[in-house]
Design a protein around this ligand. Structure first.
Ligand code: SF4
Length: 394
């Protein structure tokens, strides 16, 4: 009779020196709808899937949002949701299912519950909007209400619930929900999650370094730039209408709050006076302006407003929001007040999907440009006078 104990003690042990083999997944094609917080986490998913052996060229994102995309691929599969960034997801799903030359095998649309954020640890939580989290389920229903479109097209629908703000939870969550989809074992899932976070951090670091280059150029040349305060999916031209691109053509560099440089020297310069006065505990503390700091993108918008109020070369802030977003509504007045406290220019484009500002945007952009031209030098000098010397960008 075999003694299990002896087998355990003396049997062959898994080698720790050699990396475990990855299964052959090189033939799999994975489609990811480019919606909602995929706009801020895409690099994680690329890093994760590549580490599982799926080649980069087999990871397919849907195109930017457009009316044609919705008409061609999403029509008839709409949702009762009034939030436009959620509603437009059906066009993205449809494009991945029906609009690919080479069919995808898996449609991966994660239900993201919490987000990785540079504010994590300084705020109460980094949860997503409930619609962001539930959006995939909502849209999936539209593709299964009469018959199962995924099954008909031989596509596996995968929608892992994932707490991306808690990296220690993620391997278990992704293993549980994706093990049958990709034939995973736990250890390779854990390694792939690590690779995903590494890819995301590298990307964010590169983007912040680029923003720092822009700010340095502005500081050395005493030129203004414009900061965009918006949710990550407003980078999608179909949702944000490329208003910032339009402004950039007038010669004003654009920074997105999500990728503002957060190096110690710059943070201490901008927030040093508040820290010394005991108003905040760290440069990323927003409790002085926002008590209920649970929602990740909202927290970052409030933090971005504080940065804009202090940073001399940000002479103008543009705020975007979609439909009558209930998450954004309570933040309009505080963000505007924070930015304008230092008499930095503030302009808001609200209800973007309903107003479809294509016609009016040029007129508004001209107005903004007029004010930026007229007041920027005064704003730069005023804010510089409040800040300690020396400036780390000079
Ligand atoms: S934050 Fe607003 S716009 Fe974004 S998903 Fe939620 S409800 Fe929609």
């Amino acid at each position: 009779m075999p003694f299990p104990t002896l087998r355990t003690w003396f049997g062959p042990k898994p080698s720790t020196a050699l990396p475990a083999k990855t299964k052959d997944r090189s033939g799999l094609r994975v489609g990811i709808p480019k919606v909602l917080n995929i706009w801020s986490t895409h690099q994680f998913w690329i890093g994760f899937l590549k580490a599982l052996g799926i080649p980069g060229e087999n990871i397919v994102f849907s195109s930017d949002t457009s009316e044609e995309q919705f008409r061609e691929f999403g029509k008839g599969r709409g949702t009762v949701d009034c939030c436009y960034p959620v509603k437009c997801m059906s066009g993205h799903y449809g494009e991945l299912i029906f609009g690919q030359k080479k069919k995808i095998n898996v449609l991966l649309s994660p239900m993201i519950y919490t987000l990785p954020s540079f504010l994590r640890g300084h705020v109460l939580d980094t949860a997503t909007c409930t619609r962001v989290m539930a959006g995939p389920e909502n849209i999936r229903a539209g593709f299964q209400k009469e018959r199962d479109v995924f099954a008909e097209n031989d596509i596996i629908y995968a929608s892992p619930f994932v707490s991306m703000g808690d990296p220690q939870m993620v391997p278990k969550e992704l293993y549980e929900s994706l093990k049958d989809v990709f034939d995973l074992d736990f250890e390779e899932t854990r390694r792939a999650v690590e690779a995903g976070y590494e890819a995301l951090e590298n990307f964010n670091r590169r983007m912040r370094a680029k923003s720092r280059e822009i700010l340095t150029w502005c500081a050395r040349n005493q030129k203004p730039c414009i900061l965009i305060l918006a949710r990550p999916y407003h980078m999608d031209p179909g949702i944000g209408h490329e208003i910032e691109v339009n402004l950039q053509t007038h010669g004003y560099p654009i920074l997105w709050m999500q990728y503002f440089p957060i190096d110690d020297d710059l943070m201490n310069w901008l927030f040093g006076p508040d820290l010394r006065a005991g108003r905040i505990r760290s440069p990323f503390d927003i409790s002085d302006v926002w008590d209920s700091s649970y929602s990740s993108n909202t927290n970052e918008i409030l933090w971005g407003a504080k940065v804009a109020a202090r940073c001399p070369w940000i002479t103008c802030v543009i705020r975007f929001s979609s439909y009558e977003c209930g998450m954004d509504q309570p933040t309009y007045t505080p963000t505007q007040k924070i930015v304008e406290a230092s008499r930095t220019l503030f302009f808001k484009f609200g209800d973007l999907d309903a107003t479809k500002p294509a016609g009016s945007v040029n007129i508004r952009v001209e107005t903004i440009v007029h004010y930026v031209e007229k007041y920027s030098q005064e704003i730069i000098q005023r804010k510089l006078a409040w800040l300690p010397e020396p400036c780390p960008l000079l």
